[in-house]
Design a protein around this ligand. Structure first.
Ligand SMILES: [Fe+2]
Length: 425
């Protein structure tokens, strides 16, 4: 069941304040930066999530609703053709105006209108489609919370000072490590040998089921035939990936898909995005680095060998799997394996690339109205990731949850888990 409306307002307020808390360590200057066309400024994320509620909830449901400022529907529409023209995505970083304070005032304006709407609706007893759209907006905002962290990490990595979003020694970091986004996996399974969990295959039901919220791309639930396979109990670790690098993984075209090899050569990939090798000279250190380092939300840190490798493109994940004598699981194998109690690091560590292209399930039915553009129109040329990362809001994902990115994307918190065909035993 969807939450009753008073609970929905509580949920709304909690998630909205979570966004503000995530932005809190950032200066107004930090929040305005766009480091590449695919990444957006924090300030834009904060405004766009408000635009979503304004355009898909308040305008349709509140007859006398007044938009906060003329032009904001142009600035903060992301990709909804039905809702009009918009600021080109690569030029979001040019929006020095509205100022940070005005974006926060925009959020307050929307929050107050949402509270009035939800309280009035609760009093009248009218629910249904409104409740579904508000719930979608809440989950949409959580997706942008992860993108805020993903995008600011990319911006900070491009800054020679390499600022830390949350320095490890700070009290805020301690709080973050205790709960919520940035919480690490409890154990360090990457230090242990991989256990190959045997999966029988057969006809398996895949996709979301039940009354709880799910995105349209998670359904309908349907049957898929799986051959017997094995799946690794843990994610590929940094130590595993270092062995791939040391064995010439980035110099052996036989391990790579053609498109991936061309991209790796074009951009001179030698390691995951944000990794620095021994000998690298960095601005803030007097001496060259003596060991491999990784740049993350806690700044530049020595690589933790047991931690899952992240910030890989699909091409790198597939090349690693080839080198390891394995392959990526399909998204269906991944979902079926979540029933196995031995599967570790399912969520909260790193998104896991799968072999599956992002396609509609049989009988796919998009959300109604403008939200029909939410997922369906991206179902070409992208690969599915499953699980959830250390930057994913707690409780946001499900076993049926489908994330997706083009195969060359490297700035996400994305790693991999290996699978093998049973027939290759
Ligand atoms: Fe969005």
């Amino acid at each position: 069941m969807f939450p009753e409306l008073p609970d929905l307002l509580t949920h709304y307020r909690t998630v909205r304040s979570d966004s503000i808390a995530l932005a809190a360590p950032l200066s107004a200057e930090d929040q305005a930066v766009q480091s590449m066309p695919d990444a957006s400024p924090t300030k834009w994320h904060l405004a766009h999530t408000s635009w979503f509620f304004e355009s898909l909830v308040l305008v349709p449901w509140v007859p006398d609703y007044r938009r906060f400022r003329p032009g904001f529907d142009y600035l903060f529409n992301s990709y909804y053709e039905q809702l009009g023209p918009r600021q080109p995505r690569p030029q979001r970083g040019l929006l020095s105006r509205p100022a940070q304070a005005e974006v926060l005032a925009y959020r307050d304006h929307v929050d107050q209108a949402m509270a009035r709407l939800l309280q009035a609706t609760a009093a009248s007893g009218a629910v249904g489609e409104l409740q579904r759209m508000v719930t979608l907006g809440i989950h949409h905002e959580q997706q942008h919370q992860e993108l805020m962290l993903t995008d600011i990490l990319h911006a900070f990595a491009a800054n020679p000072l390499r600022p830390a979003y949350r320095p490890l020694a700070s009290p805020a970091a301690t709080m973050a490590l205790a709960a919520g986004p940035l919480a690490p996996a409890a154990a360090a399974p990457g230090a242990a040998p991989v256990r190959w969990l045997r999966q029988p295959g057969g006809i398996r039901a895949i996709g979301h089921e039940g009354a709880g919220f799910a995105f349209d791309n998670e359904g309908p639930r349907h049957e898929v035939l799986l051959q017997p396979y094995r799946i690794a109990d843990r994610l590929v670790s940094c130590a595993d990936y270092l062995a791939f690098i040391a064995d010439g993984g980035y110099r052996r075209p036989a391990l790579w898909h053609a498109d991936g090899w061309a991209l790796a050569r074009q951009h001179d990939w030698q390691a995951p995005l944000y990794w620095l090798p021994p000998g690298a000279v960095v601005l803030e250190r007097a001496e060259p680095l003596e060991q491999w380092h990784g740049f993350g939300l806690h700044g530049l840190q020595p690589l933790d060998p047991a931690a899952p490798v992240m910030h890989l493109s699909w091409y790198e994940a597939a090349a690693f799997a080839e080198w390891a004598g394995a392959r990526l699981p399909t998204e269906f194998e991944w979902e079926a394996a979540t029933q196995d109690p031995g599967l570790q690091q399912v969520t909260g560590s790193a998104w896991q690339w799968t072999r599956s292209s992002y396609d509609p399930y049989p009988g796919f039915l998009p959300f109604a109205g403008p939200a029909a553009e939410y997922n369906g129109k991206f179902m070409v040329g992208q690969l599915v990731l499953r699980g959830g990362s250390l930057a994913t809001p707690a409780g946001h994902t499900r076993p049926s949850y489908r994330n997706f990115f083009p195969p060359g994307a490297r700035w996400q918190f994305a790693g991999l888990r290996l699978a093998r065909d049973e027939s290759h035993e």
